[in-house]
Each structure stands twice: as C-alpha cells, then as structure tokens.
Ligand binder design. Structure first.
Ligand SMILES: [Zn+2]
Length: 296
C-alpha cells in the first residue's frame, strides 16, 4: 500500500516536471479568420481596413497588450497612400525576443481571375491575409494567459504588403520595408513571418531567402514541426518568395517566412473562408507555440 502511494507520488512529480506547452485552439483561431472576412475586403484606403485595424487593436487590448501604431506614407501610382503597422510588445523588458509578423491588408484587385472584367474587384482574402493574422491573434491570446519564460514577444501586423505589381519586388511589402528601415532597437533573436497558411490543402515548402539567410532558424522550426508529426511542412526548397521577411532580412534580421504558395485561389475572388481550414492554422500555430515555449 505504502509503496503504491509512493509510486503515485513519483508519477505526479514526473508529470509536473514535464514541459507544458499550451495547445493552439484551432477553432478560436478560425473564428478570428472568419471575423476578418465578415468585415469585407480590407484594402488600403477602404473603410474596411480601418475596421480591421480596430479589430486587431481591440483584440490585442482585450488580451492586455499595449499597442503602438506606426504610421507612414507611400506613393502608389502617383497617389499618396497612408499605411499603419500595428505593433504590440509582450514583456518589453526581456532581452531575448521573438518577432512574429503577418500582413493584414488584402489586395484591392482580383487580378489573377481568368475573367479580366473582374480584375478591379477587391478580394476577401481569407487566406491572404486573414490566415496569418488569425494565427498571430490566437498566439497573442495564449501568451497573455501563460507568460513565456524565455522570450519576450513582439507582434507586428504589417500594412501594404499586397498592393504591388508583378515582377517589381520593391512595389510589395511596403509596411515591412518601412518597419525594417526604421528599426533602431536591438534585433530579436528570431523573426517568423507567416502568410497564406490557411489553405485546407496545406503544403509548406521552404523558401529560398529564408533558408539562405537563416538556415538555423529554418531547421529549428521545421524540426519542431517534424517532431510534432506535421507532415505538411516539406523540406524542399521550391520557391523564391518576396514577402515581409525579405525587408527584414535585408535589414539584418534573422528572419524566415512560413507560407504555402501553392494556393489556386491566390488573388482571386475565390480566396474565401471555405477554402481554408482550422487544422491548417493549427499546424502553423502549434509549431510557433512550441518555438516560443520549448526551452522551458
Ligand atoms: Zn497577396
């Protein structure tokens, strides 16, 4: 009898010592994606992007974050466009930091539609950009309840990623370019940008710039995914993608991009929530959570 009580006690101690990495709530994350879609197309200059900004900032304030709005102006087609990056710091005094980023603007033109008459119609952008924002908001909600012990976290919601012209790299990612060029603090240890990871048929290949610049961080993240049994992460370099990680890399950040660029509804009116799934958000969200909490 005594021995079994002792064994039970040891078992309990062992369980308490085990790492407890919080579970990513895929359904709540998916509701963050749906809520953005319900606002309508959220392109720069629209009333809806303003609503989306309010949605992001009010969600973050609910989770207890203080928010900084980084405003900037750019010229697009000889017109002045105002952009706003939304930045929130968790545990700002911690020296070891992870930056998590995603863009929140949607493309004003469905210019990958076959029917040219639809090219000037704005897209809903469930996957591009709703999915990245949804994952970041769920992670923000989780860390507000369970403070990471090793890292402070910086969330950046970039504006004006998606108003570029094909073949002209510098016309894309204007929010992250402004952010990176005006960054004066010590750089975070790791920066992870996520975009277009909501596809129900998810397959995440390696991006060349990420692997070339930050091979250790790529390996760390992809190994975590492998340990979790997430076979949607593939170790094939398939794409060279100019996304919000690129301006960060150029400014000296240890930055990588997690993206599934094989999305048939990219920049079409069919980039809607029925093409996305909670599971896809989970694979990426849980991997990033493990990156944040794995050293505890
Ligand atoms: Zn896009």
């Amino acid at each position: 009898m005594k021995r079994s009580i002792l064994l039970l006690f040891l078992l309990l101690v062992l369980m308490a010592c085990q790492k407890s990495i919080p579970e990513f709530d895929k359904n709540r994350a998916f509701s963050f994606l749906e809520e953005q879609c319900n606002l309508g197309p959220r392109y720069p200059g629209s009333d809806e992007i303003e609503l989306c900004r309010n949605y992001i900032t009010s969600s973050l304030s609910k989770f207890g974050f203080t928010i900084e709005e980084q405003k900037f102006e750019v010229m697009i087609d000889e017109k002045e466009v105002e952009g706003v990056n939304i930045i929130a710091h968790f545990n700002p005094r911690m020296s070891r930091r992870i930056l998590l980023g995603a863009h929140y603007d949607t493309r004003p033109w469905a210019d990958k539609e076959e029917d040219e008459t639809l090219h000037n119609t704005p897209i809903i952008g469930a996957n591009d950009a709703g999915s990245g924002v949804a994952v970041l908001l769920e992670i923000a909600s989780i860390i507000s309840k369970k403070e990471p012990k090793q890292f402070g976290i910086d969330f950046v919601f970039f504006d004006l990623e998606d108003m570029g012209s094909y073949g002209n790299n510098e016309s894309w990612c204007l929010g992250s370019t402004y952010f990176a060029e005006n960054y004066s603090k010590a750089k975070p240890e790791k920066a992870v940008i996520i975009d277009m990871i909501g596809d129900a048929d998810l397959s995440i290949n390696l991006d060349y710039y990420s692997y070339h610049n930050s091979p250790n961080l790529v390996n760390e993240v992809w190994n975590i995914a492998e340990e979790l049994g997430f076979s949607v992460f593939k170790s094939r370099i398939q794409n060279i993608i100019y996304d919000d990680h690129y301006p960060l890399i150029k400014a000296g950040f240890n930055a990588i991009l997690i993206i599934d660029f094989e999305y048939p509804y990219w920049h079409t009116l069919e980039d809607t929530q029925d093409k996305c799934s909670p599971e896809s958000l989970y694979y990426v969200g849980q991997t990033v959570l493990n990156l944040i909490y794995k050293e505890e």
